[in-house]
Design a protein around this ligand. Structure first.
Ligand code: HEM
Length: 523
């Protein structure tokens, strides 16, 4: 063996051993193998050089953070998949301060001014967002578009459907859908069987989205089942999306491939199939112009743009992707917020009692309207506090530093750096919220100076990319939470058990079955 790897022998310098070496060469080495080894060696050296450069010579190499994160995105991916990225980031900021390097070119920022300077400013979004293109990588939509000017133009076509006055025109349909949720609670109250709120809240929020979008429920509440395992399958899909954005070439080859569109096989199941079918049906049977759901708005705008000829900008695929994004973004998020409300409120029975007394004192009877729930300040503070302590969006929101750099606090970050703001990190900041930042305390919203905290309350994000569906969520949360505190009592099957949740794309709690008891009102 030593002869085979003796460089002199290989070079033919040792004449006495040369024949042996030549023989060994012919047996163990081929020119192709040697070339592969050389290429392999070059790749290894290249990668090592890149890692060393990223770690020690990049313009952000002095920013602290986990060692591996300084040269590979894999550290961040692992955290996302572990499902505790939000808490991990909070600990890292506790340890390192305002700036933490979480990937070779990404810095997570917790400085209070980050909300204004990063999220509220018209910075380009990070390339991660491109993963949201639908039905495949060729089609941008407001969420996947990273240029704020183009994003705003695309959103303009969709926005009228999301205004509060327009959504409130769908309130009777929402109320009717929610009555199905409450009848499930009643049934469980009568039978004494535990209820999985994670499932039933997601059934309800999915069906409400169906009503708001195209006046059609998905059928989850009617059947009381997760049709085609759509909701349980959506969890691994969401985990996939949360990391695919960092490997978009893979996503474009795989699920975001034009071939998939051409074949008509969407991997997103019942929700999307139902949405697409509803759009097609509405296009076949035009409505009479009186419908107020989102789809009728979007199809009207599309028609206007078609009539404009070449000046019309809206494309048909925008209607599909708007429906897809709303369906994907609008069910688990609201369901997580509802669960957070119940979970934290049953741990603070005083708050539950005060909220109930407030509803009772206001004389709110029967189906609770959004307008009535808006007049219940303590209930609204409890909802806000649930959204603050357990924000449903767990990913950092990445933006790109523009030309000339971006100064935050005493640090200037160079052009091209991705800077992200994590909602949990801001909501858990003791500097912003005080020493009790990590506790559920609805009364904080009544303290002196509370109005000044509103700018740091960012469950919907902030600025041009913030959540367009927040009015839908507020309507649902207000109506449901007011009814829950007024009409029901919840206790966990195991009151000491902490819930489990995974923070991939959004935070999804599970496994905390509860007993529900309908309140008996004695006249
Ligand atoms: C409690 C419930 C919800 C929370 C906490 C929430 C939060 C968020 C956040 C943080 C973003 C990202 C902002 C960014 O990238 O900077 C977002 C985006 C989005 N949300 Fe929500 N959301 C909720 C409910 C909904 C609902 C009900 C809908 C239904 C329409 C919806 C539709 C969307 C869409 C379509 C986007 C992409 C934004 C865009 O088009 O630019 N969300 N949401």
């Amino acid at each position: 063996m030593s002869v085979i790897f003796d460089p002199k022998a290989l070079l033919g310098e040792n004449r006495t051993q040369a024949p042996q070496a030549t023989q060994a060469w012919s047996v163990h080495f081929s020119p192709t193998k040697s070339l592969s080894l050389q290429v392999f060696g070059l790749v290894v050296v290249g990668l090592l050089t890149l890692c060393v450069w990223r770690r020690y010579f990049s313009p952000i190499s002095d920013i602290p953070g986990p060692f591996a994160a300084s040269f590979t995105r894999l550290w961040h991916i692992k955290r996302i998949l572990n499902g505790k990225q939000n808490l991990d980031l909070i600990s890292l900021h506790d340890k390192h301060g305002y700036f933490v390097r979480i990937a070779p070119n990404e810095v997570s920022v917790s400085h209070p001014s980050a909300v204004r300077k990063i999220l509220a400013a018209p910075l380009h979004k990070g390339s991660w967002y491109k993963v949201i293109a639908f039905p495949d990588g060729r089609f941008a939509n407001p969420m996947s578009e990273t240029d704020p000017a183009i994003k705003n133009e695309l959103s303009r076509h969709l926005a009228p459907a999301y205004t509060l006055p327009n959504l409130l025109r769908s309130e009777p349909n929402i109320t009717q859908t929610l009555s199905l949720l409450f009848s499930w609670l009643d049934q469980h109250s009568t039978s004494g069987a535990p209820i999985d709120l994670d499932k039933f809240f997601t059934f309800a929020t999915s069906d409400v989205i169906g009503e708001v979008l195209f006046s059609k429920q998905f059928g989850f509440l009617q059947t009381g089942t997760d049709i085609d395992n759509t909701i349980s399958n959506s969890h691994p899909q969401a985990a996939y999306v949360s990391i695919a954005g960092f490997f978009r070439w893979f996503h474009v080859l795989f699920l975001s491939n034009p071939l998939i569109t051409w074949l008509g096989v969407t991997p997103w199941g019942h929700l999307i199939n139902t949405a697409v079918a509803a759009i097609k049906e509405r296009q076949r049977n035009h409505d009479d112009g009186r419908s107020c759901d989102a789809l009728s708005h979007w199809l009207r705008v599309l028609e206007q743009h078609k009539q404009m000829g070449p000046d019309g900008k809206m494309q048909e695929h925008e209607v599909h992707s708007a429906a897809f994004n709303a369906v994907a973004a609008g069910n688990e998020t609201v369901a997580a917020a509802l669960q957070a409300f119940v979970y934290y409120m049953i741990r603070h029975p005083d708050a539950w009692t005060r909220a109930r007394e407030e509803v009772d004192a206001a004389g709110v009877a029967g189906e609770v309207s959004y307008a009535e729930a808006q007049k219940l300040p303590f209930l609204q503070a409890c909802i806000k506090e649930a959204l603050r302590i357990f924000g449903p969006a767990s990913m950092g929101l990445p933006r790109v530093v523009p030309k000339g750099g971006l100064t935050i606090g005493d640090r200037t970050l160079p052009e091209g750096t991705t800077v992200s703001v994590n909602i949990w990190v801001i909501h858990y900041s003791k500097e912003i919220w005080g020493e009790d930042a990590r506790e559920f305390n609805p009364d904080r919203w009544f303290r002196e100076g509370a109005a000044g905290l509103e700018k740091y309350f960012i469950p919907w994000g902030m600025g041009y990319a913030s959540c367009p569906g927040q009015n839908i969520a507020k309507i649902e949360l207000s109506k449901i939470c007011a009814t829950l505190v007024r009409d029901y009592e919840f206790t966990q099957v195991d009151p000491k058990q902490e819930w489990t949740w995974k923070a991939n794309f959004t935070v999804t709690p599970e496994n905390w079955p509860c007993y529900v008891k309908k309140r008996v009102v004695v006249e």
